[in-house]
Design a binder for this molecule. Sequence first.
Ligand SMILES: C[S@@+](CC[C@H](N)C(=O)[O-])C[C@H]1O[C@@H](n2cnc3c(N)ncnc32)[C@H](O)[C@@H]1O
Length: 442
Amino acid sequence: MGQQLHLWAIEKVDHKQVLSASRMELERKYAPLLCERLDLGNYVSYTGNKQVPVLRLYRYKEAFAYPFVQEMLRNLSLSEKDFILDPFCGLGTTVFTAGLHRIPSWGVDKLPVAVFVASTLPLLLKMEPGQLREAFEQLQASVESQSPAPVADDVAIMKVAFPPENLLLLRRWKASIERLGSPLREVMMLLLLSILEACSYTSKDGQFLRLRREKPVAHPTEALRRKVQEAERDILFARQLGWHRCWQQPVITLGDARQLPLLPMKGLPNVIITSPPYVNRYDYTRSYSLELCFAFVRNFEELKALRFSVLRSHIEAKVSPDEIPSHPTVVEVLLTLKQRCDRLNNPRIPAMIAGYFVDMERVIQEWARVLAPEARVVMVVDNVRFEGEMLPVDLILCDMAEQAGFGTEAIWVARYKGNSAQQMGRYGRVPVRESILFWRKR
Ligand SMILES: C[S@@+](CC[C@H](N)C(=O)[O-])C[C@H]1O[C@@H](n2cnc3c(N)ncnc32)[C@H](O)[C@@H]1O
């Protein structure tokens, strides 16, 4: 119902104005600023973190990589005098890298598991070699006699995700770990959360958490033992790199990029290095539902509330009829998709697109409010295509930023992505850009 009303509202927009092939105009306007940097292709995804101690311990698939942030620090010539904000900090790649360069930084994320991971990974730099192994062995001796800790077991996925004996043992491990003192407790909990997927029939291999009954499932104690060994190896590796000596602790806050919390430290941020959710139907509260149900929400109601509080990049997002994106290109795409609504593989895609751009406009206005004059923004975004319609998210956001008081200095194309085989068959192989946007506050 909301969907129909919304599109009805879109129809009231002046068609002559919006159907002016605004995408072509946008491409023309920004063509002089576009350049290829395909050498950064591996670094705008999590794969670039696979060789990086500490960060590789938690597989946050939507992250960009440590070498990408390093490259940006170099490119912007940042030093200890700067102040970096990442308003969508995820596992904290930006703030972790900034910390290792002694640059003050602030990370914000709406997902409690992301805030926990970003805050806990740096604690590994404080661990003595052997400390985690010892804690694991002590806990293992009594884990079977622990009463299982509570989890949000009214959530549907929790009823089918694990073999029952695994779920029971994981809950006993949770109870054991909760008895530890800080920071061992947080670090061991991080390692426990990082093995949930391996101990379950699920995999994060698309926009959702998929249930794969045929999947081999790890034994919790053995998986945790291996993870502790990996962490011990990384603690030593990080020490060899001298990371524990050159560390500036970032501030990490649970918050909403559309309405940032109060600044937690002195001064105004003068740099943003970030990557928002992409408008690709990806639902973080589903992909990370096991972790959330294990340690961050008490029941389905809380999980649902979280789902509706994150940026509207997924199809369950609620959009009210009067929320119409201001950018003409978004309206143009919505009108075109409306004509093909019956062919879209989900009828809520237009509502998601509308909600996404309304949210991103708020996000950019918020940056204009909190950043220092002349501040710079580096943002990685992905374009998308629905039913053949290309949505140039990168250029639309540059245009929105211009309205909010930023100038675009460059757009680097880091990757071209194909699309689904089905779409390519129907529309030909028109690749979709994944871009790095560079803005400066005027
Ligand atoms: C692409 S990921 C960022 C990954 C990050 N660059 C990294 O390296 O880990 C986008 C993040 O935005 C977060 N997010 C979603 N809605 C948000 C909101 N309204 N405010 C702040 N963060 C939000 C998600 O939880 C997710 O961690």
